[in-house]
Ligand binder design. Structure first.
Ligand SMILES: Cc1ncc(COP(=O)(O)O)c(C=O)c1O
Length: 460
């Protein structure tokens, strides 16, 4: 690995950051007595901070984003070339990279047909919510307006997406929320709410059906679910769950909106997480790995059937989707996304994700055998969580400070891992891993070796 040449003295940068930047998801009191960490450079799986210290990034930019790794000059070149030629025009007109990327994306999503561009995962989800609401008005006299969401899921940071958020600590103190969003129970078997049920997957589906019946099926327009819950604890749905959800959607004429902001674009070893389950969604939303953070881009992808609903009453000026996202017209996003997708294809990164994901899973299961504090290991592809407990028998969650101590110890060792962060009170106890899809065996082993050593130091 070529160590980058960093400027000798970044103390001005550190001072400006300390004085003026308000960091995301960060309690700033700590920075009254220490310097902020500035990430200065990245290459492949590695990043360097202001002191030149090297880290392996096991979380793809902190929030499961940089799927193809850092320092991709071909993406930067594609973006630069596009910006010089044509940087922006409102999305009411077309752009060359927007059209080309839409075709390439739809090619990976059989059954889907239309791509609506915006620039964050939250926004992509809001677009779907607005489409559902407009369909309710135009097709169901405004009645089928409710949107179901699931406990422990996260769909974004805006007030509307928080209204569809199933994490009490992300929502707390930001209400009141938008009406018409209704929660259904989580589907994490490790925290089984139905201990007497024979089939946990079916019990979860029954619980959703009970909510639909309670609310009135003719009032429920859509259900919005993360295909694999990310920040709520890396939750892979139990057996039978997805078949059941698809069946409920058909039975009650409910649109299926899958949030693939995290698990889309290769993260799970398929192009999209829902493709593991043979699902037929009406909406798929994506962001993060779509351009690996080289440019801001998100997409709300839907079917031709949904799209047609917005043009059939074409003489009515209100019938079209009256929505705009200014920066959805930036061409840097689709230009970066085209090259990002080419890299995934040409470098065989789906296959690598499956192979390295299997290695990561094996390593984590070996750690579970060794450390009693690992209650459960869950995930798919290069998207894994390890839930830490104080007691394996009672499944009492490990204290948050201890989980944080593991993350901090790994960081001190030069390995950046994540944890569920201000998600659920008393349950921020899952270590989160989402290394770039380019990870090698040596990278995976270095990550799990560091966790092994940190667990020993923190828990014994
Ligand atoms: C599953 C999921 N959906 C939506 C979002 C929101 O994306 P953004 O932060 O780009 O608005 C996130 C962000 O972490 C997410 O994890």
């Amino acid at each position: 690995m070529n160590v980058p040449v960093l400027p000798n003295d970044l103390s001005d940068v550190v001072a400006h950051d300390s004085a003026h930047v308000w960091h995301h998801m960060f309690q700033h009191k700590a920075l009254e007595t220490k310097d902020p960490r500035i990430i200065v450079e990245g290459k492949g799986m590695r990043v360097w901070d202001q002191h030149g210290k090297e880290h392996i990034d096991a979380v793809s930019g902190g929030v499961w984003t940089v799927n193809v790794g850092y320092g991709r000059t071909t993406i930067a070149d594609a973006v630069r070339d596009q910006l010089v030629k044509m940087n922006f025009f409102a999305g009411s007109l077309g752009s060359v990279p927007g059209a080309i990327f839409a075709e390439k994306l739809i090619d990976k999503m059989p059954g889907m047909s239309r791509v609506y561009y915006s620039n964050s995962g939250s926004e992509a989800n809001e677009k779907a919510f607005k489409m559902v609401r407009q369909i309710s008005h135009r097709k169901y006299g405004g009645k089928k307006y409710k949107i179901l969401y699931r406990e422990r899921d996260y769909h974004g940071t805006t007030i509307a997406t928080l209204s569809a958020g199933g994490q009490d600590q992300r929502k707390g103190e930001y209400g009141p929320f938008a009406p018409g969003f209704v929660e259904v129970p989580h589907c994490l078997e490790y925290r089984n709410q139905y201990p007497n049920a024979e089939d946990y997957g079916q019990a979860c589906v029954d619980a959703i059906e009970a909510v639909i019946l309670r609310e009135g099926p003719d009032t429920v327009g859509a259900i919005c679910l993360e295909t694999i819950t990310a920040g709520g604890g890396v939750i892979v749905a139990p057996k039978g769950y997805w078949e059941g959800v698809q069946h409920l959607c058909e039975k009650y004429d409910i649109l299926l909106h899958l949030d693939e902001v995290v698990c889309g674009v290769g993260r799970t070893g398929e192009w999209f997480g829902y493709q593991h389950y043979g699902l037929k969604p009406d909406f798929v939303t994506m962001a993060k790995g779509l351009a690996s953070g080289y440019a801001a881009i998100s997409a709300t992808v839907t079917t031709e059937e949904i799209f047609d609903l917005f043009k059939e009453d074409h003489e009515d000026p209100m019938s079209m989707f009256r929505d705009i996202s200014t920066f959805g017209g930036c061409t840097a996003g689709p230009a970066a996304a085209i090259e990002n997708m080419r890299i995934i294809v040409d470098e065989g990164l789906l296959a690598n994700t499956n192979a390295m994901g299997a290695r990561l899973e094996n390593n984590l299961r070996a750690l579970q055998d060794k450390h009693a504090c690992i209650g459960e290991v869950r995930g798919k592809g290069l998207f894994w969580g390890a839930e830490l407990v104080a007691d394996r028998t009672t499944r009492e969650a490990a204290a948050e400070q201890k989980v944080k101590a593991v993350v901090d110890t790994c960081m001190a060792d030069g390995i950046i891992i994540g944890m569920t962060n201000r998600s659920l009170a008393g349950l921020n106890n899952t270590l989160c891993l989402s290394p770039a899809l380019i990870a090698t065996e040596a990278d995976i082993d270095a990550i799990t070796d560091s966790i092994d050593s940190a667990l020993t130091r923190v828990f014994q």
